[in-house]
Design a protein around this ligand. Structure first.
Ligand SMILES: Cc1cc2nc3c(=O)[nH]c(=O)nc-3n(C[C@H](O)[C@H](O)[C@H](O)COP(=O)(O)OP(=O)(O)OC[C@H]3O[C@@H](n4cnc5c(N)ncnc54)[C@H](O)[C@@H]3O)c2cc1C
Length: 416
């Protein structure tokens, strides 16, 4: 089949979510005119995950699937052969094929964008009322329980668990959040900002219990009725949301020749997102890569913007490897709790975290003489300017001068 790049004709993408879709879109934008096959294990059309723990749980909104594109758009505009509902199960690098269901799909170039799955709490499989939150189906189950007025326990005070707690509180439902760390989110944003985020839970009526482990789920007739903590107390619950992190979607790649990270089995890529198998790239939450902007620190991010940026880069590099460039990126994520927008740019590992403003909150992260991170609450446009400064490797003093001269912003009031 002729292609405008003239070099190959079979482009396969495994993982039909954000990174996979952005890969496909970028390939077409770059002028690739050959076959594209997009393989997704879920039966749904590609959809956006961030709304699942936000608007989708809101009683004021209809639970509409946040789809990126229609089937017609994917087929007619992007020319994609969409294969949904069955996972890819293996790669054969020698023959250049991906195994799916009973068949095989040939590839010249392959992008793996299989993201991650929610980590489960051992021993809770099959108990009704216990859910992770990664997929549309998870979100639907959680929404249904909230609609029924569930007493909710969230295990893990990470961003997704915190958003679920916020959604439940907005409905006036009782929520307990159980967190094993003494301060939540320290790995993501550091101790100081973690404390500020924890305060949002207290101010909005969620019962946040830190430094507490979970001993087990109490169930009756196969349905959760409570969560037993390691201090001996049991919290009654109709809905238990487990937010204890994710596992990269790479079980199917064991033995394929694609190198996996020794700790979490994410895919180890070089700076251009190439894997250890020729012609195979990776993108999104599944990837570890050395980020040149932070001294080639190996990173695996679970952020929307990173997945989108990776998809575009992986497509460009797969199509034209000769002009592949290292993917340099300032990590960015946001999270919405209790009517507040928390945003973080950069990395939290710092020599010092300075709180520049308390209300609305702005903190800067310094490593040596450089600004490496910033966290804001309710300063949505300002954080993007700080992201730019980090991308430019600005000095800490320049970032501080910028941050201390920002115009005043009014903080929204808590939901309750
Ligand atoms: C509830 C929720 C809220 C979030 N909120 C925010 C937010 O506010 N801000 C932010 O920055 N980020 C947020 N994120 C993170 C963001 O959504 C992810 O970073 C992004 O979805 C990653 O995209 P991805 O395509 O790399 O992986 P994923 O979205 O995980 O998609 C991977 C896809 O690959 C499929 N797959 C897996 N294995 C196979 C296989 N073998 N064969 C075929 N298909 C396979 C999976 O089923 C899945 O559909 C949120 C995530 C969730 C779950």
């Amino acid at each position: 089949m002729p292609t405008s790049t003239g070099e190959f004709s079979d482009f396969v993408v495994v993982g039909a979510s954000l990174a996979g879709l952005r890969t496909v879109e970028a390939a077409r934008r770059k002028g690739y005119a050959g076959r594209i096959t997009l393989i997704g294990s879920e039966s749904h059309l590609p959809y956006d995950r961030p709304p699942l723990s936000k608007a989708f749980l809101d009683a004021d909104h209809e639970p509409v699937a946040p789809r990126f594109r229609t089937a017609e758009h994917l087929r007619d505009e992007l020319g994609v052969d969409l294969r949904l509902g069955a996972p890819a199960t293996a790669i054969d690098a020698a023959s250049g094929t991906v195994a799916v269901g009973d068949g095989e799909v040939r590839y010249d170039r392959l992008v793996i964008a299989t993201g991650a799955a929610a980590r489960t709490l051992p021993g809770t499989e099959g108990i009704a009322g216990v859910h992770g939150l990664r997929t549309l189906d998870d979100a639907m189950a959680i929404r249904t329980a909230l609609d029924a007025g569930a007493r909710t326990v969230v295990i893990g005070a990470g961003f997704i668990g915190s958003e679920v707690a916020s959604g439940a509180r907005k409905r006036g439902l009782p929520v307990t959040i159980v967190e094993s760390l003494d301060v939540p989110l320290t790995r993501s944003v550091g101790l100081e900002a973690g404390q500020v985020c924890a305060e949002l839970h207290h101010a909005n009526g969620a019962d946040l219990r830190c430094g507490t482990g979970v001993d087990g789920i109490v169930s009756e007739h196969g349905r959760a009725v409570g969560v037993r903590l390691d201090d001996g107390t049991t919290i009654p619950a109709d809905l238990v949301v487990v937010g204890i992190g994710v596992i990269p979607g790479t079980g199917w790649l064991e033995g394929s020749g694609v190198a996996l990270h020794e700790r979490d089995r994410g895919i180890v890529c070089d700076a251009t997102l190439a894997t250890t198998v020729a012609g195979v790239y990776a993108a999104g939450d599944v990837v570890h890569w050395p980020n040149p902007l932070f001294d080639d620190q190996m990173m695996r991010l679970e952020h929307w913007t990173n997945a989108a940026e990776h998809g575009a880069a992986a497509a460009a590099h797969a199509i034209d490897p000769a002009s592949a460039k290292p993917v340099s990126s300032v990590p960015y994520f946001w999270s919405d709790w209790y009517g507040h927008r928390i945003q973080f740019v950069g990395v939290p590992q710092a020599d010092e975290v300075e709180v520049v403003e308390r209300e609305p909150y702005l903190a800067l992260y310094r490593r040596g003489g450089r600004v490496v991170g910033a966290l804001t609450i309710d300063r949505p446009t300002q954080i993007m300017k700080l992201r730019k400064l980090i991308a430019q490797r600005a000095s800490y003093e320049d970032a501080r001068a910028f941050a201390t001269n920002l115009p005043a912003v009014r903080a929204p009031q808590p939901v309750r």
